[in-house]
Design a binder for this molecule. Sequence first.
Ligand SMILES: Cc1cc2nc3c(=O)[nH]c(=O)nc-3n(C[C@H](O)[C@H](O)[C@H](O)COP(=O)(O)OP(=O)(O)OC[C@H]3O[C@@H](n4cnc5c(N)ncnc54)[C@H](O)[C@@H]3O)c2cc1C
Length: 282
Amino acid sequence: MLNETFHAPGDLSQACSLISDLGEKAIIIAGGTDLMVRFNRHRVNRNVALVYVGKLGLNFIKEEQDHIVIGACANLADITASALVQKKIPLLARACSQMASPAIRNAATLGGNLGTNARNADGVAALMALGAVVVTASTGGEIRMPIEAFVTTPKKEKLANGGIVKQFEVPCLTADERWAWEKLRQRQGDSRSILSVSLRTKMAGNICKSMRLVLGSMAAHPFVSKTAAELLEGKYISSELIDQAAKEILSETDPGTDSRASAWYRAKAAQVLIRRVLSQLV
Ligand SMILES: Cc1cc2nc3c(=O)[nH]c(=O)nc-3n(C[C@H](O)[C@H](O)[C@H](O)COP(=O)(O)OP(=O)(O)OC[C@H]3O[C@@H](n4cnc5c(N)ncnc54)[C@H](O)[C@@H]3O)c2cc1C
């Protein structure tokens, strides 16, 4: 049976102290679009203290030098509509625009997307392709961590001492960089990923200077493909090389079977999507 209390601290240090004091009982809630589903399905069944982070002023989207800094509580609708995001990191605007439904995007936050720790977290996949850094705040101070390290670090370590995800720092795309985002889903609206493939790359003509290709829903977490970088960087991107990459990148994956798709289907579809994003470069 649930026996929850609700707290809505008004500033960040107060929130960190509160979460630290509450210990195991504390559960952070932002938009609630993931957490409330778990509550309703009785997947959270102990005495809990909900700590609402929506009053901490963490819904900003701003430019700082060559980065876009996005507060953890910025919602997906605001990120999609942000002129700054559309201009400087359009990959993220595209990914957010394809998540869930308009109603959910008005509540769901980017910090909450990271907090779900889900293999199909689209916001996380997009941030990873962009090379984002996660900033957490706790009673011990702030920590900055690349998002790919964050997703594999145990929660007790990365959010110790009342830790809260505070913001994301995303390097702006430069004039010589390209990006791509492809999401496969069961229907156009309100549908989670069967899988996603995204990339950020630097090209000189058809020569690939750098490649950051991310797969979502193809392992326990979205991940940056090492094979893609090893195979493509410094090379002329031909259709033969794209075919080779689409096959070899699969060796890094561990696709699961769920209600959306089988592992077999995901492996087949991943090759199609990898070819599709890489073909956009030539
Ligand atoms: C119908 C439907 C469709 C959906 N479609 C998609 C989709 O297409 N793609 C997708 O990726 N997701 C999808 N989702 C999942 C969900 O909406 C997103 O993951 C959303 O971004 C979660 O954000 P939230 O603010 O609602 O998180 P919440 O539900 O409030 O929290 C989620 C988790 O994150 C933790 N958390 C929240 N904020 C912080 C913080 N600042 N610091 C530390 N921990 C925090 C919470 O404790 C909780 O464990 C869908 C959900 C539904 C119900």
